[in-house]
Design a protein around this ligand. Structure first.
Ligand code: PLP
Length: 396
């Protein structure tokens, strides 16, 4: 599928997504037939003697060839018409909201990526967007919140940080569309491996590519993918190139490389997470495991309907003994690393309440776990010995 002439012509992919990802759509460098693409660093492009821009590229803030491959791969993996990469997941998400016009009305979840909810309340509301935060798992609540003709955007995240609430994508899409609103899904935790939101009615998909898409904890990046190129998309494109929240060349290259192993990484993470969650639910020092792959989890049925091949690599574990026991457990982990972020090859643990502060819905006994690609029995063993240490300390 090497497109030697025009960029941004995304051929309809006939291969399986895992093949597309592994080969980066099979693109090769036309100039030297290099199988691995180069790092495009030029900020500017040569005009011909007729003062034309032969490739239509003027300046890298709008037209960098560094984005062509990661954007084409992402559009193909999600099954969309176009994609844009950004300097971060937050740059992608904020671009979507800033493409609206105050006083447009927005419906967003109460439980969502903390920094985005915080930004909506501290910057977007004062800017003039009218924002209602609702329980996105409750379709009746979403129905009550939308205002036909006035609501321009419904935002969902599924499974949602850090309680892993599952939103019924098809259900919310129907409500959003009936009200004349666009529906955007933050699919960071699900990845295109497990959920393809366009198949369930979403209009735009957002990713923090920092997480699973890149997968190696060495890039900050974000993406928006659209089902169709429409007015909203054109506005978002203009906003990215004018606002300048663009991804660096090397980061674009790393992201393309990272996505080549997306499928085997996520498959391993999902298998590890399912084993880990099932093991932990039976542990006497554990109060509750929040994981969509557990049959008694509130969102399990909806997750089973819209996720394929597993329930993700993210979970949260509530330990008995409150914040003290949770912090002591985290302190005694060796294989799990105490660090924020998620979706990398290495397993991470984080006490979210420390970060999110008093207005957070996160219980103080909760540890968020990002399950990596290590051996599952090592991860289980590490967590068990940490729980034992913490339990001994708290009951001493
Ligand atoms: C990390 C994350 C973001 C923000 O992405 P950055 O790349 O950190 O800016 C948004 N949504 C979810 C679900 C995330 O996990």
């Amino acid at each position: 599928m090497n497109d030697l002439s025009g960029r941004k012509i995304f051929p309809k992919a006939t291969q399986h997504p895992s093949t597309i990802a592994a080969q980066g759509l099979g693109w090769v460098d036309e100039a030297n037939h290099a199988l691995t693409p180069g790092v495009h660093v030029s900020s500017t492009f040569l005009r011909d003697t007729q003062n034309r821009l032969p490739e239509g590229r003027l300046y890298a803030r709008a037209d960098s060839p560094a984005y062509d491959q990661p954007e084409a791969v992402l559009a193909a993996l999600e099954g969309g018409e176009d994609a844009m990469v950004f300097a971060s997941g937050m740059a992608a998400a904020t671009c979507a909201f800033q493409s609206l016009t105050p006083p447009d009305h927005v419906v967003a979840p109460k439980i969502m990526y903390w920094a985005l909810r915080h930004w909506l309340v501290t910057f977007c509301r004062p800017w003039g967007l009218e924002i209602d935060l609702v329980d996105m798992t409750d379709l009746d609540a979403v129905k009550r919140a939308v205002r036909p003709g006035k609501t321009k955007l419904v935002w969902a995240e599924t499974p949602a940080n850090p309680l892993w609430d599952v939103t019924d994508i098809a259900g919310v899409a129907e409500i959003a569309h009936a009200a004349g609103a666009r529906f955007i899904v933050d699919s960071t935790a699900a990845t295109p491996v497990l959920t393809r939101p366009f198949e369930h009615g979403a209009d735009v998909v957002m990713h923090s590519a920092t997480k699973y898409l890149n997968g190696h904890s060495d890039v900050i990046a974000g993406a928006l993918v659209t089902r169709t190129r429409d007015e909203f998309w054109e506005r978002a494109q203009a906003l990215r190139s004018q606002g300048g929240g663009i991804l660096g060349s090397f980061e674009s290259w790393l992201l393309t490389r990272g996505m080549r192993t997306l499928y085997p990484r996520v498959k391993t993470q999902v298998a590890n997470a399912q084993k880990f969650a099932e093991h932990c639910t039976r542990h006497p020092a554990v109060l509750k495991v929040l994981y969509p792959g557990l049959p008694d989890f509130a969102g399990h049925k909806v997750a089973a309907k819209q996720m394929q091949g597993g329930f993700g690599g993210m979970m949260s574990v509530r330990v008995k003994g409150g914040a003290e026991a949770a912090l002591a457990t985290a302190a005694n982990l060796h294989i799990f690393k105490r660090a924020t972020s998620l979706g990398g090859v290495e397993s991470l643990v984080e006490h979210r309440a420390t970060l999110e502060g008093p207005d957070s819905p996160v219980p103080p006994d909760l540890l968020r776990l990002s399950i990596g690609i290590e051996d599952a029995s090592d991860l289980i063993g590490d967590f068990e010995q940490a729980l034992a240490h913490a339990h001994a300390r708290v009951t001493a």
